[in-house]
Design a protein around this ligand. Sequence first.
Ligand code: SAH
Length: 226
Amino acid sequence: MSPIALVALLGLWPAQDMYRQQREAMVREHIEARGISNARVLRAMRTVPRHEFVPAELRAQAYADHPLPIGHGQTISQPYIVAFMSDALDVKHTHKVLEIGAGSGYQAAVLALLAKHVYTIEIVEPLAVSAKQKLARYENVTVRHGDGYKGWLEEAPFDRIMLTAAPPELPAALLEQLKPGGKLIAPVGRTVFDQELVLVEKAADGTMKQRSILPVRFVPMVPGKE
Ligand code: SAH
């Protein structure tokens, strides 16, 4: 029997097909229907296999319209929020992007299809290890275990910065590591009940302006130990 026939017999192709259909429905019903029209973001959301980034026992829910637990008290964001933040950050294929909170690695995979290179930091070591494994085939992603409050000085400055955990206020080191002309997006708030997604734009002269664009609920960003 040819290897191809064997794979088909094992039922792997129908499963991939089922996930592709679910992914298509996710983009159509939960992302496009809510007004996101950025073609590059939609293409990335149609491409990244979200089911591979969720725990095996939750794969059936991978394309549903809500966040899912990924262990260690953390979550993979709702697909719409991933698309919304990717769109709002306006990521170009020439951009060097920093993500804080790699978690499952899913958002970094989406960013990898939009940017030149993605650097992502995760403070929970087992999550950093598994995100690194899952992202191994994305050659333009680098994962590091560490404290996102400090940013990634060796690779700074960044064209774009995305936080996927919520600090009580914008971390100074991250604002410093943003390029003039750059943008940063972050959920900011002291409790889960008062978080807002904030978009910061740094002008060529280094001055910054910020605005709140959406009420959100993210896990809190935890301070690293010295
Ligand atoms: N982007 C992720 C979402 C993960 S949830 C995804 O697509 O799955 C937020 C993540 O931020 C969690 O994994 C949490 O451990 C991590 N985190 C919290 N505080 C952090 C910090 N100070 N530095 C780096 N990561 C942090």
